[in-house]
Structures are given as structure tokens and as C-alpha cells.
Ligand binder design. Structure first.
Ligand code: ARG
Ligand code: ZN
Length: 868
């Protein structure tokens, strides 16, 4: 059954306090919850008390009196208690079996330790509760467990007491969280863990103890997370004036985790992937990921915890805003332009397809069957773009004022996306009414832009038309309010002021136009020559933009645009055109000289910004091309892209070789990440040269590597080959890193993503590898998830990829529905592929849907797919 935004009602009861006691025993854990409950004056007085819960219920007591089973009903995970007083104390006792909990929601075991994940609706697996974010209570938690097996006992807030039990074999720790919070922010951790401790003094003088808990063997991989945390704390003070508010900030890393990390108040729980990093085991990309996710969870303390969501439809209130904040943080820590390109590329490769597929939904969804399915790229990444557009419209200072007002109004509250936009609008005295359509209308808007030149008047008019494709349940959308950043280039590559007739002085070199109508014309004046427009600078809105550039104009922008994003963009547009032309078999069967020259130039200037060059010299991803071609044959798309890469390898062979040599053999420095990226890209091109010595170069790089980026670069360059060098390196790697779970994940992923014909056989065999486990989400994503992203293999013409994936989805669904439902989403681009494959996909989906005992999670995704 679906839940609807329009059905929102305030909670009938409120919970003022909850005191929890976890008695951790060998066979099970007993949980006693004592809640102080009262009727919500803002709700309907006739509503009965209904608590969410799915744990084994042992006892219910109301104001100290045990309730007979006849005094309550329990059905469909709802405990109904009719006829309760206006205010009362409710005691609930439940019995949990964390070791048997493979869903990794609620209380679960990993490696003998216990962890929780409660967002969004996991608390109900622990006890019976009003498990909704607008019910905010003060929590205390007492944990009791064996001292030897569970020396570390953690929960939210501050530790207020600890001691031994009578026989001294067990100990207890009590935690009190002084801040009200919804149940989804609750957490406990119990087990044998080592800790890295440090301190941070806030601007206001609070001395905060910082702790990172990991398995003892991983202590040598915690320094980067700690320094990332301190940078995040400092950045939030400087940019937003936000300080930490407890005496301890704890981060715990766990190897079995459904998502990236979780912002539980004072006690973040992280996937090891986003904590552990050292030079030998983590790539530059991994280091970046750790820094970003540590920042993200830290920033949630204000945008998420202090101000939380009224209901789960508002998830983007905290996620979109917090992603925006972590993006800005990362931009300040590294190259802003490179970060923007990475984010836009991710959005286009992953969120645009979601917006065009069967599960498309607005940033603020209107309904859901399983909330876990809505932790999506749309809610997170497009949500962040929506916040960024407000930032673009009001400027950095205006945005800060809006944030200040937001906290002044809503600290301690559970609010809506409307409330956030209202704070931004009010603080800046602007009208964002139309802008709010970004929250309610799904789909990626398309801008069709043209330019007319009036030589006599020295004027150019830019005509912008917008439309948004229909999405499931939404047709005939209204125009969006789109900030369109525009620049104008002269023939000599210089920038011309963007001046409107209404200006009394020359305008800025980049101008943000507010596009609000279905069709709108902007006239620029004071021009002596026909300008070349640079459109949607810095990707100022999450839209697709069409403009009839000539190839030479794109090459010109690629070389001269002052906006780095658009330099990258022009090259990508040119490459996309070429790839689609080759795919369709139009014109010559080789790449145009225009593209090859553009790449040659990029490569000649690469050393001034190697990180940028590495991005610019990478062809658009296959998934992006798939979105642009109806009835696509994915295998052929991959083949065309590979062929284009091979051509670029040959045409620029000496340059790739020189680039690889220039950036090889350097002593490791973190700040050389861009050089490593460029070098490894060069190696991947060199690997495509027929009769080249890439095997030897890669082996040399691998053997001499003093860091994981270079080792992986070497391995990746050979991943598609059948050479002896390849087999030797892969075997060496597996042996060297057999005990490093996260490193083995990389090894799985490279093999699952290979172009080799035998991928499916390899993946099937790897599922038997001792380092693989179907119960571990990281492993499943690394191997099976990566196979699903391997377009050529997944879309094998005989349907073998689809069949394999459907089998795995069903097997994993019985273990962990959340992981299964992510996997099955690789079928969501069914409508883009040619009919024979689409039919094979449909058959497999129908088989999944017909399966007995399918989870809600998978049911929701598959039924939407089949109904689209
Ligand atoms: N709030 C977390 C974050 O974005 C994500 C938690 C999602 N967990 C889940 N099981 N759906 O940082
Ligand atoms: Zn988040």
C-alpha cells in the first residue's frame, strides 16, 4: 500500500521522553522502552494510539499496569492501544535477534559487533513507537553487555554513567542526548573496537572530543577521516556560522552497511568505504569520497538533525541541502571547476536517466510504497541542484541570510521544503513561488536555444524555449524558473559584456538570466560583432540544453571559453555528436579531424590543470549515450565508444606516451591526484594501441606503485585484455590484498566491468571466491552491481545478463530487500533499448514480480517498470 503526501496529518500523540535499556545477551537482545506519552493538542482528539513496530513483543505496561493481550491489537506492524488517557507512561518490552537480521535495518550484527540503522523506518524493528520524524523526544539509552565481548558501548549524546554488574562479568553504560530528536536519528553500537581520538575547539570555545571507532586492524586507515572531520567543522563555522553542539562526536565504521553513512546525533555510523583510507589501500577518488561523506554527515547535524523533516516526502529538505553543502565544501578543498564537472557529469549519467525512467519522481515525491526506495539521485543530487539554483539566484551573501533565517525560525522543529524556500525568499525579498515547481514536477526540462544577430543595431537576441517531458503520473508541466548563466565570446576568444537594453552600463561577462516562460527572448546590445554564446555556464540549472553549434564553434569554446565547465562541456558535446554519428553510420566511419584536433589541444595544454584535462579527455559515458538514442543496441554503443577510444589512442599516440612518462615515477604527494588521473588516463589509451607495449608499461607502473591509485590504474588499463601481464597483475593483487575487504571490492569491480566476452562466466565464478558474500552489500555492489552497469555484458543479446541479474535479485531479496531493489533498478532503462532486448528484459521482470514473498522494495520498482 502506498503512502501519500496529501494524507499528512499531525501525530495524534507525542512522545516527550524515551528511556531505553538494551540488555545484550548471547542469544538475543532485550529492549525495554519507557515512554512519556501525551495527546498532541494539534491533532484530532478522537484518534487512537497506534505504534509502529515489527519486533517480537514481550510485554506492554500502561502507567505501570501490565496490559492483557485483549487490551491491544497487533496487525500489519501496527500496535493499537484504544482508550488511553491524555498522558501516561508506556513500557514496552521487545526481544530482538540481531544475528539473524540480514536486512541491516534496526539492530543487527556485523563481525560479532552490534550496530543500528534507523533511518527511515528502522526504529520500529527495535521497539513499538511513533516512528515518524515529526515526533521528537528526549532519549536516554542504557546498554548492558558482557565486558569481554562488548567492551565498547555507545549511543547518542553524552555518556553520563557506567559501571559493572554484580558478578563483574558484565558492564553498563548510560547515555543521555540533551537534544530532542526523531527516532530515525537514534543509534547504538556495541562491540570490540579500537578508537582514534582527537580534539576540536569550536569558535565559541566548546572543547569537543572526536572519536573514530574501527576494527583494530584498520587503525592505520583512520587519519584521513579525522582530518576531514576537523576541516568540515571549521568550514561550517566559517561559511555558515554553524558550530557543533555536543561534547563528543563519534564516528563508527562498519563493513556491513546498506548505504554510505548515517548522521545519528553525536554517533555517526559509516560504511567502512567512507572512513578507511590510506595510500596503500585507497585511491585518490576514495580519499575524496571519505572527505565528502564525513563532511556530509557532519553538516547534517544542523541541516537534518537540529532542523529535521516533517515527513519522509520532505527528505530532500535535509538531503538536497546537505549535498549542496558538502559539494561546496569539497569545491573549497580542491578545484571548484573540477568538482562542478564531476557533479554535473554524475547527475547527467545517473539522475537524468532516473528522471526519464519508470521511477521518475519529483524532488519532493508525492507517494511511496517503500521509503527506502526514495533515497535517490533525484532527492539527493537533483535536490542539491535545486538548492544551488537558489544560491545562484540570490548570491552567496543572500543565501547565507536565508540560512540564518531558516535556523532562526526552525531550530528544533520538523519542517517542510516549503519552509526552507520561504526562508530563502523572505530573507532576500524575492518571490520563489514559480521556482517551487522544481520540488513538485518531475522530469528533466529541455531548453532549446537560438541566437539571432542584428548587425545594424549591434544586437543579438537569445530565444529560449523550455519544455519538460511527461513522467509517470505527470503530464503538461508548467514552465520552470530557470537560472540560465550566459557569456558571449568574440571571434578572438575574448569575452564581451552581456548587456541588456535596460542596462545603463555595460553588463557583466557572465549574466544569470531568469527564464520563467515557455518561450522568452533576451536581447543583448552594444555588440560590434556576432557573438558566440556560452550557455548554461557552470551548469547553472539541471536541464538539457540544445543549441545548433557548428562543430568548429564547439572546438572554439572548448579552447577559449573562460568558463571551465563550458570548456569541458563543449568538448563533451562535440564527442557525443561524433559518437552518435558513428553509431548511426552517418558519414565517414572515423572520428572527425575537428574532434581529434580539439583533443590534441587539450592534451598539449594538459599540464596546466591535469585534473581538468583528465575529465575533458574522457569520452561521454555509455549510459549518457544510451539516453540520446532511441531503440539503442547497447552492445553497439559500447563498441562504437571503444573504437573511438582506439582511434584517439592511435591519433595521439606520442602525446599519450609523453603524458604517461611526464607524470610517472614521482614520489607520492596527495596534491598530485590530478597528475595521477591524467597519467592513468594516458595509460588506458596506450593500452588500446595494437602491438603497443602497454602490458609492460602497466606492469612497470604496478610494480613501482607506492599508492593504490597507480596500482589500480595499471590494473584497470589491462582489465579488458587477455594478456599474460593482465593475469599476473590480477593474481598478484588478489594475493597482496586478500585481507583488505575494501580493496578486494575494487578487484571484483574491475572484473565485472570488463569488456571481455567472458564477463558473465567470470562474475559467476567470483561469487564463489572466499572474499565474496551475498550478505554483504559492498560485495554485492562491487561484483553484481558492477555487472549491471556493464552495458555490453548486462545487455548481452541472448538475454544471459538479464537472467543472471534477475536470479541474483531474487536471491538477495530474501536476504536484504534494500540491496535487491537497487540492483533491480538496472532494468529501468528498458524503454531505451531495441525491442528484442526490451522483451527479454520484460520477461525477466515478470518472473521477478511473480515470485512468492517478494519484498515491498523490489515490488515497487519492478511494478513501476512493468507498468510504464
Ligand atoms: N541519511 C543518510 C545520508 O544521506 C542516508 C541513510 C539512508 N539509509 C537507508 N537505509 N535508506 O547521509
Ligand atoms: Zn544525507
Amino acid at each position: 500500500v502506498a503512502k501519500y503526501l496529501k494524507d499528512y496529518r499531525p501525530a495524534p500523540f507525542l512522545i516527550d521522553r524515551v528511556d531505553l535499556e538494551f540488555d545484550i545477551l548471547d542469544s538475543h537482545t532485550s529492549v525495554r522502552a519507557r515512554m512519556v506519552v501525551k495527546r498532541n493538542p494539534k491533532a484530532d482528539a478522537s484518534d487512537t494510539l497506534q505504534l509502529d513496530g515489527s519486533a517480537e513483543l514481550v510485554a506492554v505496561r500502561l502507567d505501570g499496569e501490565a496490559l492483557a493481550p485483549s487490551a491491544w491489537t497487533l496487525a500489519d506492524e501496527v500496535l493499537t492501544l484504544p482508550g488511553v488517557p491524555e498522558s501516561f507512561i508506556l513500557d514496552i518490552e521487545t526481544r530482538l535477534e540481531p544475528a539473524a537480521n540480514t536486512s541491516l535495518m534496526g539492530l543487527y550484527a556485523s563481525n560479532g559487533n552490534l550496530y543500528t540503522q534507523c533511518e527511515p523506518e528502522g526504529f520500529r524493528k527495535i521497539t513499538y513507537y511513533l516512528d515518524r520524524p515529526d515526533v521528537m523526544a528526549k532519549f536516554s539509552t542504557t546498554l548492558i553487555a558482557d565486558r569481554q565481548r562488548f567492551p565498547v558501548l555507545l549511543s547518542n549524546g553524552n555518556k553520563v554513567g557506567e559501571g559493572l554488574t554484580e558478578n563483574r562479568k558484565r558492564h553498563w553504560v548510560k547515555w543521555v542526548d540533551p537534544y530532542r530528536k526523531p527516532a530515525y536519528l537514534f543509534a547504538v553500537v556495541a562491540g570490540k573496537l579500537s578508537v582514534l581520538r582527537d580534539h576540536y575547539t569550536t569558535r565559541g570555545g566548546r572543547k569537543v572530543t572526536l572519536e573514530i571507532y574501527v576494527a583494530p586492524a584498520d587503525m592505520d586507515k583512520t587519519a584521513h577521516a579525522m582530518s576531514s572531520l576537523k576541516k568540515s567543522m571549521q568550514w561550517d563555522e566559517q561559511v555558515f556560522g554553524l558550530e557543533y553542539d555536543l561534547d563528543t562526536y563519534m564516528i563508527v565504521a562498519v563493513g556491513d552497511f546498506n548505504m554510505g553513512a548515517m548522521e545519528n546525533k553525536g554517533l555517526n555510523i559509516f560504511n567502512t568505504k567512507f572512513v578507511l583510507a590510506n595510500r596503500e589501500t585507497a585511491t585518490d577518488f576514495d580519499f575524496e569520497g571519505v572527505e565528502a561523506v564525513i563532511a556530509h554527515e557532519y553538516f547534517h547535524n544542523w541541516t537534518g538533525n537540529r532542523v529535521t523533516c516533517r515527513d519522509w516526502f520532505q527528505l530532500s529538505l535535509k538531503e538536497g541541502l546537505t549535498v549542496f553543502r558538502d559539494q561546496e565544501f569539497s569545491a573549497d578543498m580542491q578545484s571548484r571547476a573540477v568538482k562542478r564537472i564531476e557533479d554535473a557529469r554524475g547527475l547527467r549519467a545517473l539522475q537524468f536517466p532516473e528522471d526519464a525512467g519508470p521511477t521518475a519522481h519529483p524532488v519532493r515525491p508525492e507517494s511511496y510504497i517503500e521509503m527506502n526506495n526514495f533515497y535517490t539521485l533525484t532527492v539527493y543530487e537533483k535536490g542539491a541542484e535545486v538548492v544551488r539554483m537558489i544560491h545562484t539566484l540570490v548570491g552567496a551573501a543572500g543565501f547565507r541570510q536565508g540560512m540564518d533565517l531558516y535556523f532562526r525560525r526552525h531550530d528544533g522543529q520538523a519542517v517542510t521544503c516549503e519552509d526552507f524556500v520561504a526562508a530563502m525568499a523572505d530573507a532576500n525579498h524575492i518571490d520563489l513561488t514559480q521556482f517551487k515547481r522544481w520540488y513538485s514536477q518531475a522530469g528533466t526540462p529541455v531548453l532549446d536555444v537560438s541566437l539571432d544577430w542584428f548587425a545594424e543595431g549591434g544586437a543579438a537576441s537569445l530565444t529560449v524555449r523550455q519544455h519538460c517531458p511527461d513522467t509517470p503520473g505527470q503530464t503538461d508541466k508548467l514552465p520552470f524558473h530557470i537560472p540560465l548563466a550566459v557569456g558571449l565570446l568574440a571571434a578572438d576568444g575574448s569575452e564581451l559584456p552581456v548587456t541588456l537594453a535596460s542596462d545603463d552600463a555595460p553588463g557583466p561577462l557572465t549574466r544569470v538570466l531568469s527564464v520563467t516562460e515557455a518561450e522568452q527572448t533576451f536581447t543583448f546590445v552594444g555588440l560590434n560583432e556576432k557573438p558566440l554564446p556560452s550557455l548554461l555556464r557552470n551548469f547553472s540549472a539541471p536541464v538539457r540544453l540544445n543549441y545548433a553549434y557548428r562543430d568548429e564553434e564547439l572546438a572554439f569554446l572548448c579552447a577559449h571559453d573562460s568558463d571551465a565547465f563550458n570548456r569541458w562541456e563543449a568538448g563533451q558535446t562535440l564527442a557525443t555528436r561524433e559518437l552518435l554519428r558513428l553509431y548511426r553510420g552517418e558519414g565517414e566511419a572515423t572520428l572527425s579531424a575537428c574532434l581529434i584536433d580539439a583533443f590534441a589541444q587539450l592534451l598539449d595544454h594538459a599540464d596546466s590543470d591535469p585534473a581538468f584535462a583528465a575529465l575533458a579527455l574522457t569520452l561521454p559515458a555509455e549510459v549518457e549515450l544510451l539516453e540520446l538514442q532511441d531503440h539503442a543496441d547497447p552492445a553497439r554503443l559500447c563498441q562504437v565508444r571503444e573504437q573511438a577510444r582506439a582511434e584517439l589512442a592511435q591519433a595521439l599516440a606520442e602525446r599519450w606516451d609523453a603524458a604517461w612518462r611526464r607524470h610517472s615515477g614521482l614520489a607520492f604527494r596527495h596534491e598530485d591526484a590530478g597528475r595521477r588521473a591524467l597519467k592513468n588516463l594516458a595509460l588506458s589509451y596506450l593500452a588500446l594501441l595494437p602491438g603497443g607495449d602497454a602490458g609492460a608499461l602497466a606492469s612497470q607502473q604496478y610494480q613501482q606503485a607506492d599508492n593504490m591509485t597507480d596500482r589500480m590504474g595499471a590494473l584497470a588499463a589491462l582489465a579488458d585484455s587477455h594478456s599474460h601481464a593482465r593475469d599476473t597483475l590480477f593474481a598478484d593483487f588478489a594475493q597482496r590484498f586478500a585481507d583488505e575487504a575494501l580493496v578486494m571490492d575494487k578487484w571484483f569491480t574491475l572484473q565485472a566491468g570488463s569488456r571481455r566476452q567472458d564477463v558473465l562466466r567470470t562474475v559467476t565464478a567470483l561469487m564463489e571466491h572466499p572474499a565474496f558474500a551475498l550478505t554483504n552489500p559492498n560485495k554485492v555492489r562491487a561484483l553484481i552491481g558492477a555487472f549491471g552497469r556493464n552495458l555490453a555484458a548486462f545487455h548481452a543479446a541472448d538475454g544471459s545478463g538479464y537472467r543472471f541479474m534477475a536470479d541474483q535479485v531474487l536471491a538477495i531479496d530474501a536476504i536484504n530487500p534494500q540491496v535487491a531493489s537497487r540492483l533491480v533498478s538496472c532494468f529501468n532503462r528498458r524503454s531505451r533499448v531495441e525491442p528484442a532486448r526490451a522483451e527479454l528484459m520484460r520477461v525477466e521482470l515478470a518472473r521477478v514480480l511473480a515470485h512468492d514473498g517478494l519484498s515491498r522494495d523490489v515490488y515497487e520498482i519492478v511494478s513501476k517498470n512493468l507498468n510504464a
